[in-house]
Design a binder for this molecule. Structure first.
Ligand SMILES: [Zn+2]
Length: 308
């Protein structure tokens, strides 16, 4: 029962009814068996009246497999949630809300947008581990636009904004493994040091260019590469490969990122990039995170992200 389906056919066979989805959610939420969220008791009875709901044998509290999770209170059938998670995870570039609406036959754009927004929130695994091996770190600017601006800035408009982005790329045995991307406020020492601390494990070798903002990194050996006449993509090849992919993706998929939700888009890019060799595994990650993360009220989903 565990593990991710490896093809559309396998997915369709496994998750064609709500009960199968609920059983998968149950195992993802309570891998060691049921725990009552109210009292911690391990014994519960299935509630005959309410689907996918269990009643605690000690305190009688009723808990559905989706209560308190990202799927909390959703009116959409579980089979549809599963299809959405599978489509979103297995896509190589990322679906738009409009594409999701069409593929799932949803009634409204708003429903599709909310579903996608909730799934995007599950793309960062709670408590994920810090990067190891050797880590290349660099920063860049990517163009972005406001809601009302045309995708490419119109007739030579130059006031189109920029988003500052830091990237950490984990290299093991000369191969690129995981990446982390964060929007940053500036290229100053405080911002860059905070990013390294948040993404790289202590003691891990950090390779950067010669930019002074990286000087004196705490708790991590640091190897600044003075560029001289050498192009940056030769000194930090992996992180530059990520940046060029990211810029192409941002223009191609969303016609320029919007400032309002930029960290969410960066998280989505990193989610896909980190699973580029095993896309079906992304489905299992989305579902596992969906039952571990609390739901987000609509107002918070549409609100702009806090700065930093
Ligand atoms: Zn209980």
């Amino acid at each position: 029962m565990s593990g991710a389906p490896r093809s559309f056919v396998e997915f369709q066979q496994r998750f064609s009814i709500g009960e199968a989805c609920a059983a998968y959610l149950f195992a993802a939420r309570w891998p060691d068996g049921f725990r009552c969220p109210a009292c911690g008791h391990a014994k519960a009875w299935p509630n005959r009246g309410k689907r996918f709901t269990f009643q605690c044998a000690a305190c009688s509290r009723q808990t559905s497999v989706t209560s308190g999770t990202v799927m909390h209170g959703s009116k959409l059938p579980l089979t549809l949630w599963f299809w959405a998670a599978y489509l979103v995870a297995s896509h190589s570039n990322g679906l738009s809300a409009l594409q999701l609406k069409g593929q799932l036959g949803l009634g409204s754009y708003k429903t599709a947008w909310l579903l996608l927004a909730k799934l995007r929130r599950t793309m960062v695994t709670p408590g994920r581990s810090l990067l190891e091996g050797l880590v290349e770190v660099d920063e860049t600017e990517i163009p972005c636009r406001n809601k009302d601006e045309p995708p490419y800035g119109g007739q030579g408009r130059s006031h189109r904004g920029k988003i500052l982005v830091a990237c950490a790329a984990e290299v093991k045995e000369r191969a690129l493994c995981r990446i982390r991307l964060n929007k940053i406020e500036d290229f100053g020492k405080a911002s860059l040091h905070a990013f390294v601390k948040k993404t790289v494990a202590p003691g891990v070798l950090v390779k950067t260019d010669g930019w002074s903002g990286y000087a004196g990194l705490e708790g991590r050996p640091h190897e600044p590469q003075t560029l001289g006449t050498m192009p940056a993509h030769i000194v930090l090849p992996w992180v530059h490969r990520v940046f060029s992919n990211l810029k192409r993706w941002a223009l191609g998929v969303y016609h320029g990122l919007r400032k309002k939700h930029v960290q969410t888009y960066l998280d989505e890019f990193a989610f896909r990039f980190n699973r580029r060799k095993n896309r079906p595994a992304g489905f299992a990650t989305l579902i596992k995170n969906a039952v571990q993360l609390p739901g987000t009220p609509y107002k918070m989903l549409i609100a702009a992200e806090p700065a930093g």
